[in-house]
Design a protein around this ligand. Structure first.
Ligand code: ZN
Length: 318
C-alpha cells in the first residue's frame, strides 16, 4: 500500500457547524457541562505528554484556568461535543509577560488534575501530536490570533464587537464586517532533471533546509507567485507548474499551496536577503538527507507540506 506522507493541521474531524456560531454568546446553549475546552497562552496550547505523544489538555467548564480567559472561540463539534478554544490573559495587572507565564505554570504544576500539563509551542509538537488534535490546536491558534490582532476597525478605527463566536467581527460605527484573514503562500519543489533545489532562510531552525516558499501577492495566481518567488530568490525561470497538495499553517494564518515546477537551468543567483543558502540535491542525496545521514543539514520536518513534496519526489510519486 502506498504510504502517504503525513500532513498535520489537515484533519476534518471537527464539524464546523457555522449555524451554531450564531447562538448568542451570553446564552449557555453550547457551553453545557459536557463541552470540551482547550486553552492557549500566547499562541501555545496547554498540552500533556502521554506515552511520548503530545495530547491537548481538556478542561472542565468550571476549571479555575477558565476564569483567566479574555477570549473564547467556538471551533465546532468534536465527536459530538461542543469544543471551545480559550485565550488566557497574556499580561496580568502589573506583571510582565514572562512573570504571567511563570505564574500560570506554577499554578498548573500544583494542580494534580492537570496531569503535568504545560504550554507548548505548536512547532515543537509537529511530529508527536495526533492528526485530529493538530487540527483542533491549529484552528484554535489561528482564530485566536486573528481576533487578538483585529480589535479595531481598519476602516474607521473604532473598537470591533465579536460576532459568531469569534468567526466574525463587526464595526457598530461604520457597519463594516471583518472576517478572519488567511494568507496564501506557495511552496514549490523545483526540479531540474534528477535534481531538486532546497534552501534555507535565515529564520529557519539551525541546519534546516526546505523547499522555496513565498507569499502570494494581490493580483497573482499561485503559479504567478511561484514563478516570481523563484526568480527573485534564486534567479531561475520555472515552467510546467503543477499543484500537489495544500495545508493550513497556523503560524500565524497561512494556507500553503504545495507545487512542483521544472527548470532547464541550475546556475543560481541567490538573493542573500531571502536565503542563506540553496543547493541542488540528486534523488539519492535527498534520500540520504531524509534518512538523517547528513551532519550539517536537516530536511523539512515530518508533517509539513515541504516534507511531503520532498518525500513524494524521492519515491517517484510526483
Ligand atoms: Zn468601522
Amino acid at each position: 500500500m502506498r504510504e502517504i506522507p503525513r500532513l498535520i493541521f489537515n484533519n476534518e474531524i471537527v464539524a464546523r457547524r457555522a449555524d451554531l456560531r450564531k447562538v448568542n454568546q451570553s446564552t449557555p446553549v453550547l457551553k453545557n457541562k459536557g463541552a470540551l475546552n482547550i486553552i492557549f497562552f500566547d499562541g501555545m496550547p496547554l498540552v500533556n505528554k502521554t506515552n511520548s505523544q503530545t495530547r491537548l489538555t481538556y478542561l472542565f467548564h468550571d476549571h479555575w484556568l477558565l476564569t483567566h480567559v479574555d477570549l473564547t472561540v467556538f471551533l465546532g463539534l468534536y465527536k459530538g461535543k461542543s469544543i471551545f478554544a480559550h485565550n488566557i490573559l497574556k499580561d496580568r495587572k502589573d506583571s510582565s509577560h514572562e512573570d504571567t507565564l511563570g505564574y500560570f505554570n506554577k499554578r498548573i504544576q500544583n494542580d494534580l488534575m492537570l496531569n503535568m500539563s504545560y504550554f507548548l509551542n505548536l512547532r515543537n509538537a509537529l511530529t508527536d501530536i495526533s492528526d485530529e488534535e493538530s487540527a483542533l490546536a491549529g484552528t484554535g491558534k489561528a482564530l485566536i490570533h486573528w481576533n487578538l490582532n483585529n480589535k479595531y476597525c481598519g476602516k474607521c478605527g473604532l473598537a470591533l464587537s465579536i460576532k459568531n463566536y469569534g468567526w466574525e467581527r463587526h464595526c457598530n460605527s461604520c457597519n463594516q464586517h471583518h472576517f478572519p484573514r488567511i494568507d496564501p503562500v506557495i511552496i514549490i519543489l523545483i526540479i531540474s532533471g534528477n535534481k531538486t533545489l532546497i534552501g534555507r532562510s535565515p529564520h529557519f531552525p539551525e541546519k534546516l533546509y526546505s523547499c522555496l516558499a513565498g507569499f502570494v501577492e494581490p493580483g497573482e495566481t499561485i503559479e504567478m507567485a511561484a514563478k516570481r518567488e523563484v526568480q527573485e530568490e534564486v534567479g531561475l525561470k520555472i515552467y510546467d507548474i503543477e499543484y500537489v497538495a495544500n495545508q493550513p499553517w497556523p503560524f500565524p494564518s497561512s494556507l500553503m499551496f504545495g507545487l512542483k515546477g521544472n527548470t532547464n537551468h541550475t546556475l543560481l543567483d541567490i538573493d542573500k536577503n531571502e536565503l542563506e543558502d540553496a543547493v541542488w540535491l540528486t534523488r539519492e542525496e535527498l534520500k540520504n538527507l531524509l534518512k538523517g545521514n547528513y551532519n550539517n543539514m536537516l530536511p523539512a520536518r515530518p508533517g509539513t507540506i515541504a516534507r511531503l513534496l520532498l518525500e513524494s519526489w524521492v519515491r517517484n510519486e510526483i
